[in-house]
Design a protein around this ligand. Structure first.
Ligand code: ADP
Ligand code: MG
Length: 682
């Protein structure tokens, strides 16, 4: 059997230097090598006639050499080599630069195959720096060639060679990771064929089959793991039954606004879960500003009035504080005690907070990761709410849950994803969606600008401040770094404070500051003591400053659309007309397209669909954002059909065999365990 965990450095063609380059691509083992899938392919399989070549395309020609290689030295270090070839349709000039080793390579009258980029002019057809093979060989041409994401130091040829060697070592010795009956039932090819064909397909048909197999496996395994988790929650664990008699209408009536229909609907769904003996495990999705907090306040009220405690966990101290204020303002009139727990609180005060929590005097605790610490104990924790859940791993949620006895769980997320996907991706959670914004929300006008508009933007900022508004400026980096292409918080701060906006109060904030400092700055911003606040994405999450009317984003091209949308949601929270200014660099088609989407739409769901479409799921659903493993090959947008199929397959399998204990399914269990290791364990 092959040892897939073997260090990549032992693969033929990999030395100490190469292994470092491979590591940069995230490749450490033989398994990593063979699962480093191509990002694209070049069809060097089918030859074209010279007369048919089109300017700009890459193509293969099968030709006879009709000239000697000519050598033209145009300057020191630059020699051009030209060769003339022909087929039955026309002649073609082949051009190379500095390729002295090719000088005597080709013989007049012999046949060769060339593959390269075509340059077609009225009177001449040329091919630039083509790769080639002799008539009967197939090393560089004559087949479908995989193209890999690589770095400058590691050329396609070398990387391709390493992967080829890795595959040779594996041979046909891969252990099958899916049961035979699934392969047969769904017409899926075996693991060994798939791994070879995905890299070096015989033709596009075998490539399709290989890809389908690998996508199917990747999605099925994830799906089974998630559904299995859900099953565990709902089956084994009896949840708390919160009192039907507690009506949330009391809180609703005291809110300063009328709930939207969407808010009412999700609240009903939540109440139903709470009143049943099933453990609630629900995801509440809603665009920024859709009013998730109000829903959480109502749910918390119901829990407390049913004599349970509530924990609200959020990712930053700033947000914790804001939520704490909100909960306190809304709920203290009902004789409900709220407390705040973040790190950096004085010892004496902290002890008091913890004591009150343990004795049950505190009904609701709002906090950050600090809530996860061992000393935090509850009298009877009944409801756990986590906000902006993509910042917390599944495991962290688990720790908090375990401080109560099967508390109900509500996870709130402002990252809208298309519903079909949500159902599948959050297979372990039930889902409620707020798909409506409160009325009278103004559209945030969005502009995408390049540096040529710098002055106009600055004048606009000045006017807004003079009208009494405040400004956010977001940069991708904290400090200046070797990354010359991105603006940093400190750089912009210096420039604004000392040059452009001397007359205003400019301040900055970023994640590396102490919690106390951050809090003070946010408080000053809320109290209008700061006109322009420069920051990293720390303010991304949920901060509410209604007087802020302009969001400027530097190097907008560096952020994902979902993040841009989140950032934009920081303004337009009050009565004032609000704006988002995306400063971007570069003229790539992708960048312009992305900016255009942001300018044209304010709908988070649409934006996330686009984001998904453009970036593929790899980044969008990366581990960082969602706590899920990254996909190596599946693209949730393109592979929607397979995804749907896989979901029904997974449900069917688990209906018959919920713990995957049948002989025929053992192989699946093994594959899941191998893939997720400890990652999904609660
Ligand atoms: P998010 O869903 O992003 O967490 P919030 O709960 O912070 O949104 O709500 C954003 C703002 O909208 C808050 O100032 C809140 O008071 C207000 N809000 C919430 N629901 C409504 C509503 N139904 N009508 C009007 N304003 C609302
Ligand atoms: Mg929020």
């Amino acid at each position: 059997m092959v040892d897939l965990l073997k260090d990549a450095k032992y693969i033929k063609g990999v030395g100490p230097n190469r292994v470092k380059q491979l590591n940069k691509l995230g490749i450490y083992t033989l398994e990593d090598v063979i699962t480093y899938y191509p990002r694209g392919y070049e069809d060097r399989g089918k030859a074209k006639l010279i007369a048919e070549l089109v300017d700009g395309e890459e193509a293969l020609i099968e030709v006879t050499c009709v000239s000697k290689m000519s050598e033209i030295k145009i300057r020191k270090n630059m020699t051009i080599y030209k060769l003339i070839v022909r087929d039955e349709s026309a002649t073609c000039t082949l051009t190379w630069f500095n390729s002295f080793y090719l000088k005597n390579k080709f013989k007049i009258g012999e046949k060769y195959k060339f593959f390269g980029k075509v340059k077609r002019r009225i009177n001449q057809i040329e091919m630039m720096s083509p790769v080639f093979d002799e008539e009967s060989t197939n090393k560089n041409t004559g087949k479908i060639i995989p193209i890999y994401s690589s770095t400058y130091e590691l050329s396609q040829n070398i990387l391709r060679g390493i992967i080829e060697n890795g595959l040779k070592e594996v041979g046909n010795e891969l252990t099958e990771s899916l049961p035979q009956y699934l392969l047969e039932q769904y017409g899926i090819i075996d693991a060994n064929t798939a791994i070879h064909q995905i890299h070096f397909p015989n033709n596009f048909n075998t490539y399709e089959k290989a890809r389908k197999r690998l996508v199917f496996e990747e999605l099925l395994i994830m799906q089974l793991a998630l559904l299995n988790l859900k099953e565990r929650y709902s089956k084994n664990e009896k949840g708390i039954v919160f009192s039907e008699k507690v009506k949330v209408s009391e809180v609703i009536d005291s809110l300063p606004f009328k709930l939207t229909n969407a808010q009412k609907r999700v609240l009903e769904e939540i109440e139903q879960d709470m009143e049943s003996n099933k453990m609630m495990n629900r995801l509440l999705q809603g665009d920024v500003g859709s009013g998730k907090t109000a829903v959480a306040i109502c749910a918390a009220y119901k829990a407390v009035k049913s004599k349970y405690q509530v924990a609200i966990m959020v990712p930053t101290a700033i947000l914790a504080k804001q939520h704490y204020e909100n909960f306190k303002n809304m709920l203290s009139q009902f004789d409900i005690n709220c407390e705040l727990l973040i790190s950096g609180i004085a010892k004496k005060q902290r002890t008091e907070i913890l004591d009150n929590l343990k004795s049950g005097k505190t009904n609701i605790i709002v906090g950050t990761h600090a809530l996860l610490e061992d000393e935090v104990e509850f009298k009877n924790l009944g409801l756990v709410v986590t906000d902006e859940q993509h910042r917390f791993g599944v495991r962290q949620r688990g720790i908090l849950n375990s401080k109560g006895l099967n508390p109900d769980v509500l996870v709130m997320s402002a990252t809208p994803i298309p519903r079909t996907l949500a159902l599948i991706l959050y297979g372990d959670l039930d889902i409620s969606i707020i798909d409506e914004l409160p009325p009278n929300r103004q559209k945030i006008d969005t502009f995408a600008v390049t540096s040529s508009k710098e002055n106009r933007v600055n004048n606009f900022i000045r006017e807004q401040i003079k009208e009494g508004r405040q400004i956010y400026v977001v940069c991708p980096l904290v400090e200046e770094s070797e990354e010359i292409n991105a603006k940093s918080v400190t750089e912009i701060f210096e420039k604004y404070k000392n040059e452009i906006f001397k007359e205003f109060n400019v301040e900055y904030i970023h994640g590396k500051l102490k919690p106390k400092e951050k809090e003070e700055i946010m408080q000053n911003f809320k109290n209008k003591k700061i006109d322009i606040l420069i920051s990293t994405t720390v303010i991304e999450v949920g901060v509410d400053v209604p007087n802020a009317s302009v969001m400027v984003i530097e190097n907008a091209e560096r952020f994902g659309l979902a993040t841009l949308h989140q950032l934009r949601g920081r303004v337009g929270r009050g009565q004032y007309k609000s704006y988002c200014i995306l400063k971007y660099k570069g003229n790539g088609e992708q960048t312009r397209e992305r900016m255009k989407i942001m300018v044209e739409t304010n709908d988070g769901f649409k934006i996330s669909e686009k984001d998904l479409e453009m970036r593929g799921s790899g980044e969008f659903f990366g581990t960082k954002q969602h706590g899920l493993p990254e996909f190596k090959i599946a693209n949730l947008f393109e592979d929607m059909q397979i995804l749907k199929q896989v979901q029904s397959v997974a449900i069917k399998i688990l209906q018959e065999d919920s713990n995957l204990e049948l002989e025929k399914n053992k192989i699946l269990k093994r594959t899941i365990n191998k893939k997720f290791k400890e990652r999904v364990e609660i």
